[in-house]
Design a protein around this ligand. Structure first.
Ligand code: HEC
Ligand code: HEC
Length: 375
């Protein structure tokens, strides 16, 4: 879906709470404001446009073309700026935490923890998903509360249990830094640093964090039948078999590529309390639809061998335990997805499924590490 920015009709409205509007709540003629899911008032900001020539992001074997929004074609300068921002702890209130603290290339762009730790060691309540291949997701976050990478990016900066830095403070800090001033001008042309430009640069960098070309991709799409070990080949068959794993029902494989997610929300019964209550209502918090209680967006399984612990609350430590959880039919609760039921898989078959999941480790994108100048 293309990202569009609404036009601010009245300059006098530009409060310090500068922000952008989701296109669905924007009206071309009225200078209106809306709140994000945390209640931060958002007022229209003048849209930015990348200044340089658009660059093409090559999709590796096993993945489709990277979706690019019309209003934010990635350029060499916006990607480089986003890369610098992603690894820069200046985005957090006490300069202690960067995006990469929780999405580190060392852990497949996660933090390796059950739930993330923000500034001053504050514990969040959810597991950090990988940012690899997030460019393909139809919605961001476990509960889908952000529609695009652009709209996702500013969330963690202001989130009190993540970076805890109000947007105007973050923008002020970057705008008074000579190097950043130059880099923003290079990327977007003259004008002030805005939160919209920060979001656009981060999103463009994230669109380069594409990982495919795994042993599975060579086997499935490259015609190399020796690319996966026999155990992984058996695991793939179980993964697809309706009467065995039926995993492909939600972790999808298409004819020419595989994202391993349907982009939809399902309740597996993860995170029930001792009393059997759902501890996180997930998608329901966004939609208030009863059937969405405890439902979370299907995660991709690419690089999953490196992104543990697993599930939205990080409650499952290993892939073998994830498979055992499915064999048991998830955790019973009134909203359990109809496609989650007990499975009949032998010990060997469970190991084969794990071997298959391990064959989904792809190449790290060339851009993955911090720029040489940053720590
Ligand atoms: C304190 C740890 C932490 C920091 C810092 C952090 N994130 Fe995250 N990130 C998370 C967690 C936890 C989630 C999942 C939250 C949820 O779904 O409710 C997440 C979700 C995401 C997602 C959605 C991925 C998906 O599969 O839905 C993206 C993209 C992302 N973060 C990018 C960023 C960027 C860009 C920054 C820096 C501006 C950042 N994160 C900073 C922990 C963090
Ligand atoms: C009904 C849809 C559905 C089916 C069928 C399904 N999954 Fe999932 N899978 C999900 C959802 C949704 C989650 C996240 C659930 C949560 O955290 O509450 C998930 C999580 C996972 C995870 C953890 C990934 C991570 O990054 O935390 C793995 C691994 C996994 N599934 C593998 C499998 C395997 C193997 C099968 C088949 C035996 C399977 N799934 C069948 C929807 C499904």
């Amino acid at each position: 879906m293309p990202v569009k920015y609404s036009q601010s009709m009245s300059k006098s409205l530009s409060s310090p709470l500068l922000c952008r509007i989701l296109v669905v709540c924007a009206s071309a003629l009225a200078a209106i404001s809306c709140s994000d899911s945390r209640g931060n008032l958002r007022v229209a900001e003048i849209p930015a446009t990348p200044a340089g020539a658009a660059v093409e992001i090559q999709a590796p074997l096993g993945l489709p073309p990277v979706p690019i929004p019309e209003g934010n074609k990635p350029t060499a300068d916006t990607i480089a700026l986003g890369r610098k921002l992603f690894y820069d702890s200046k985005l957090s209130i006490d300069a202690s935490i960067a995006c990469a603290s929780c999405h580190s290339p060392i852990h497949g762009f996660t933090d390796g923890l059950p739930v993330s730790l923000g500034v001053s060691g504050q514990r969040g309540k959810r597991n950090a998903p990988t940012v690899l291949n997030a460019a393909y997701l139809p919605v961001q976050f476990w509960d889908g509360r952000a529609a695009t990478l652009e709209l996702q990016a500013a969330g963690p900066i202001a989130n009190p249990v993540e970076m805890n830095q109000p947007h105007d403070a973050a923008v002020g800090r970057l705008g008074s830094n000579a190097e950043y001033k130059k880099l923003f001008a290079q990327a977007f042309g003259p004008g002030p640093v805005t939160i919209g430009k920060v979001e656009m640069a981060l999103a463009s960098f994230e669109r380069t964090l594409i990982s495919g070309n795994s042993p599975f991709d060579h086997y499935q799409f490259g015609g190399d039948k020796k690319a996966m070990k026999p155990a992984a080949i058996r695991g793939l068959a179980l993964f697809k078999d309706q009467n065995k794993g039926n995993c492909v029902k939600c972790h999808t494989i298409e004819a020419g590529y595989a994202l391993f997610t349907d982009g939809k929300f399902h309740n597996l019964g993860v995170g029930l309390s001792a009393e059997g209550e759902l501890t996180d209502l997930g998608r329901y918090n966004e939609t208030k639809v009863e059937a969405d209680k405890g439902a979370f967006r299907t995660p991709t399984l690419r690089n999953v061998a490196h992104t543990g612990p697993y599930m939205h609350d990080g409650s499952v430590a290993t892939l073998r335990r994830v498979v055992d959880f499915y064999v048991g039919g998830g955790s019973s609760n009134p909203y359990l997805d109809k496609d989650i039921r007990q499975l009949h898989l032998s010990g060997q078959e469970r190991d084969d499924l794990v071997a298959f999941l391990e064959a989904l480790t792809g190449d790290m994108p060339p851009n993955a590490t911090p720029l040489a100048a940053t720590k």
